[in-house]
Write a protein that binds this ligand. Sequence first.
Ligand code: WT7
Length: 654
Amino acid sequence: MSANALYQPSEAFVKNANVSGMAAYEALCKEAETDYQGYWGRLAKELITWKTPFTKVLDESNAPFFKWFEDGTLNVSYNCLDRNIEKGLGDKTAIIFEADGGEVTKVTYSQLLAKTCQYANALKSLGIKKGDRVVIYISMSIEGVAAMQACARIGATHSVVFGGFSAQSLRDRIEDTGAVAVITADNQVRGGKLLPLKSIVDEAIALGGCEAIKNVLVVKRSGADIAMTAGRDLWMADVADQQATTCEPEWVGAEHPLFLLYTSGSTGKPKGVQHSTGGYLLHAALTTKWTFDLKADDVFWCTADIGWVTGHTYITYGPLALGGTEIVFEGVPTYPDAGRFWKMIQDHKVSIFYTAPTAIRSLIKAAEANDAVHPKSYNLSSLRLLGSVGEPINPAAWEWYHQHVGGSRCPIVDTFWQTETGGHMITPLPGVTPMVPGSCTLPFPGIQAAIVSETGDDMPNGQGGILVVKRPWPSMIRNIWGDPERFKKSYYPEDFKGKYYLAGDGAIRDEKTGYFTITGRIDDVLNVSGHRMGTMEIESALVSCTELVAEAAVVGRPDDTTGEAICAFVVLKRALPNTDEGKAIAKQLRDHIAKEIGPIAKPKDIRFGENLPKTRSGKIMRRLLRSLAKGEEITQDISTLENPAILGQLGQAY
Ligand code: WT7
């Protein structure tokens, strides 16, 4: 089929789907349009068990600080665990955990509740209470999910920091949240390698600014020797094992902050995206039900890490809120070989599989080079639905995923959303939407996505523009932790008359179908392998290497595997290096960035020049840098360049 062909979901799929057929989708959209509050209120009653019911759905009086279901009270962990057990699912498997080395551990809903309660009681025994922040720095594990659920149970706000972030990044987040405790593990294991966690927490705290931390709770993963600071550090087992396996949930208001999750913006330090309890849980459950069509006998696998929002919504909360069975995977897709995902789908009879385009692209390469790791060498007949997230999926990767992983029978949901949106915003519904490779198709029912001009006016279909959401929705970001001004400026800027949520992406709608295609960020945010990074953050990390770097500019360039690649242009304090020196300095700079931010922020290309190309007023010519990064011919006007020779210098990438 050609790249813009429509793929219809099969009749059998449509027949059994949780949302079945275009008419059902249109009816939901219509319901939302005619009675916005009634629509969300109805769903909030259907999907969530409230301790005290809400009397008002949406409060817009202090826009853009919207409030949803404000006077309702609930507990997320009650909704994810106890409630399912009360429905008779106590012995149902909640999580199938597969370790890096392949060992499998399963926990039932009753067992996960018992562990969550012990963790919750452990936190309480240390004086941690509702409203306190707890940082979680742990790899993929049942314990990680239980730690998040335990925080939710006692009303503590968690902030999970991805295990690949450096001590410096972890420190920044601990400080910004004012967390009173960190939950971590001695080590993490990825791709057969033992990597540190606890020692990085020690380093982070030693950097200063983490004075609010009273305790570090350490889950035993490897059992390797680690340092424990007396009076501060405790083994989780020593505190939790003796605790009761029941714990009365703390009933919190719907607007209580369930979690903070840091993400990159175009300027400044990463921002602490604050999410709510009620509205967030509603959308987590609803999108899992409608976009993933989750049913009682499904085995659901979202390959994201709990350190990212995808892992929050589609591992820790959504599937559990619906009583589903899910996979939690500790390892990496390429260990022990690039057939790992396919083998796990076969072994656990996974029926719904959700991953990122970057993973698909790297597995395509591996499969094309070696039949043994090609999906055709595995039995993937259990699959009935596939998903994609994090970045645009190129049509070729879509087609391969559809044909070779989905056996040409599974719909693919290309889900567009963001850390800030809490859950899916624009996505096919698998029993509804004819699919077009590379398009995230249509808004989720009730989401008022639109494309506008720079002044906030609607753009006709067929003309690209700026992606906005016209009305608030339940799972939207509530604030940037501690910085309401930045929240307003970033998401409800004056340019759009302060009315619309600004996603930060460009998009275009198809003239015929009205389908959305995301055209990429309109700010200085890069998306590398689905990881979001600000160019400024990387520039700051580079210039913080004060002994070497005088000035730096970072841009993105397209990359076949990672979507975008980081390209850094650096002016050194010393003379221009020769090739060998250049290699050594580039390595030094990459190591420095890994220390400042984390290995995911290492530039793919580093280029050196005696200066950076600037306009007469001294502004760095970023468009020119982007052309250089792509290896394009320079068509921009360079007559203002003081020293055109630097273009030659900047041509060599290390
Ligand atoms: C940015 C958000 C959503 C959870 C993971 C990433 C890009 C995300 C898609 C998609 C095209 C996508 C956007 C967005 N993005 N999904 N299906 N098609 N682009 O969350 O780190 O907050 O990044 O990822 O640019 O703004 P995030």
